[in-house]
Ligand binder design. Sequence first.
Ligand SMILES: Nc1ncnc2c1ncn2[C@@H]1O[C@H](COP(=O)(O)OP(=O)(O)OP(=O)(O)O)[C@@H](O)[C@H]1O
Length: 377
Amino acid sequence: MSIRIQQVSKSFGSFQALHPLNLDIQDGEMVGLLGPSGSGKTTLLRMIAGLESCDTGKIFFQDQEVTRQHVRDRRVGFVFQHYALFKHMTVAENIAFGLDVLPKSQRPPQQEIQRRVSELLERIQLPHLAQRYPTQLSGGQKQRVALARALAMQPRVLLLDEPFGALDAKVRKELRRWLRELHDELGFTSVFVTHDQEEALEVSDRVVVMSQGRIEQQATPQELYHQPASRFVYDFLGQVNIFSGQVQGKKMSQGEAWIELPHPLKAEQGEVFLRSHELALSREPVQKAHLPMQINAINLIGAEVRLELLPQGWSSAEPWEVAISHQDFNSWQPQRGDRCFLRPLAGQFFAAAEASVTPAGPEPLNWSSSTRISLAS
Ligand SMILES: Nc1ncnc2c1ncn2[C@@H]1O[C@H](COP(=O)(O)OP(=O)(O)OP(=O)(O)O)[C@@H](O)[C@H]1O
C-alpha cells in the first residue's frame, strides 16, 4: 500500500507543529522518520494513522483519499513504545483481541482466528509463551507480542512509534533486525519514528529527517550519510568535527591551525565538517594541514579506539573525536596529554551565508549551499 502525503500541515493552538509537507511512500517500503524531540515525527505518524486530523492537505492510501477517513477504516496497525497489552489476557488472547472484537459480519471463524494466532506466535518466535500473561514477559517479548497483535489484523500499513525505545541496546538491535526481516517477508508498508540515527540508517529503505516541523531531507541511508543536504542533517547523523576559519583560495585557517584545500573555494569564511574516521592522525606535524591537538580522553570500547582531542593554538566549540584501529593504537600507545596532528581525508565545506561567524546551529536554511570537497592527500 503506497502512501501519498500532499501539503499536509498541523497546528496546536498558535504553535505550528508541521509546516505544509509532501511525502511519497512506496508500496512495501520501510521509511524511518528521524529527528530530534519535538520535530513533528509523532504528529505526522498520527496523521497517517487518522489519530490526528489535518489542518491542510490530503493523504492518500494508494489512489484512495483517506484524509477524513476514521482510524478504524484505514486498516493501519500500530506499535507504540509503551504498548499497553491487556494484563488480564494471555499472550494468545492479546494477539487475537482485535479479531475477537470485530463485528460478527467481519469476524473470521474461531478456527481461523486460532490459526492466525498460532502462525503469528511462530513468527514472533514465542509459541512456547502463548499462555503467559504480559507481566511474565520481558520488555522485548512484550514488544514482539504488540507487533503480532498489530499484524493479526492484516494491516495495509504498519506504523511504529519508537517501538524499541524503552529496551536496552542489545535487545533493541536484535528486534530491529527481526522487524526488518518480517517486513521483507510479509511485504507490508512500514513507517516508524525514531530519534536514533543508527536505528534509522540500519533498517530503513529511506530516511526522512525532520526538524522543527519540516522535512530537512529524504534519502536512502547511503545518500543521507554521504550527501547530507544541510549542517543540521550532517550534525544530526552522528559525531562531527567542525573546523571553522577564513578561506583564502586553497587555504583555510584559524589561529595557529590551517588546512590546505583540494581546490580553491570562493567563500571567504566557512566550516569544514569532518567525521571521526575522515581524519588521519599523526604524531609529527604533517604537510597539507596543521591541526595541532592534545589527547584528552581515550575510549577503548568498541570496534575502534576513539580519541577525544583538544585543539592547541586554535579553537573549536566542541572537543574533536577521531577513530583509529586497535592495531594502530597498540603500535602507537598514545597517552592522555600527548600532542598529535590531524590531516583531513574527506569532509564537507559549508560556506557561511554572509561574513558572519555564527557557528552552525539547527537553522540550516539560513546558510548558503554546501560544496562537497574531498580532502584526500
Ligand atoms: N496535542 C498537542 N497539543 C499541543 N502541542 C502538541 C500536541 N502534540 C504535539 N504537540 C507539539 O508539537 C510538536 C511536535 O510534537 P511531536 O510529538 O510530533 O514531536 P516528535 O518529533 O515526535 O518528538 P518526540 O521524539 O519527543 O516524540 C512538539 O513541540 C509538541 O509539544
